[in-house]
Every structure is written in C-alpha cells, then in structure tokens.
Design a protein around this ligand. Structure first.
Ligand code: ZN
Length: 111
C-alpha cells in the first residue's frame, strides 16, 4: 500500500507597510509564501506549488499575488531596510498597493 498526499508549508518572508486593497488603510502586511509539497509515506519529496500572498494585519484581508510581485515587494523591502535612497523613489512604492481585490496585477487606479 502506497500512501501519498500533499503537505503545505507557510513561510513569513517580511512585514511590509502597504495600503490595504481591502480596507484601504496603510497597515502592516505580512508577506507569506505557501509551498505545497508532494509527500510519499508522509515524507515530503518535492514542492509542486508555490504561492505568495499578503495579509493585512489591520483587517486580516489576504490577497494572493504573483511571484514576480512578491519578489518586487521583497526587493523594495530589502532596499528600504538598508537605507538605500534609491529604494523609495518619488512616485514609486507609495500611494497605491499595486494590487486590488478584483484580481492580481490589476491597478485599482486605472479606468
Ligand atoms: Zn486591510
């Protein structure tokens, strides 16, 4: 008898201050990575799904984001932590969260 299944792992990558797409507050968001691994006899073998999401600590709203956006947010976060003056260029990284509840990658300020 072969026992196989999946197992999810949750990693918290960073805490970012973003304008929430749900409640509209500039609140701390946790950036999370969820990895789903294929398991055989309860031993995780390899990951077959990696998803990224942000969760607002103010309202608890969670938003799935594409990997590219997660890496971008993480890069901005690293730049800000190192005090890099180029990490927060005017008109970038502030003013809008870059995502909307309507779906990943959509700009809520378009249309
Ligand atoms: Zn919120």
């Amino acid at each position: 008898m072969i026992i196989f299944g999946t197992r999810g792992y949750l990693y918290q990558l960073a805490v970012l201050t973003l304008v929430c797409g749900w409640c509209g507050n500039p609140a701390a968001h946790t950036l999370r990575k969820r990895v789903t691994k294929f398991t055989l006899f309860f031993v995780p073998l390899f990951p077959f799904s990696t998803k990224f999401a942000t969760q607002c600590t103010f309202c608890g709203g969670e938003q799935q984001i594409p990997k590219e956006q997660a890496e971008q947010l993480l890069a901005q976060h690293m730049a800000a932590q190192q005090g890099n003056p180029f990490g927060q260029a005017p008109g970038q990284g502030q003013g809008h969260p870059g995502y909307a509840p309507g779906g990943p990658g959509r700009n809520p300020y378009q249309n």
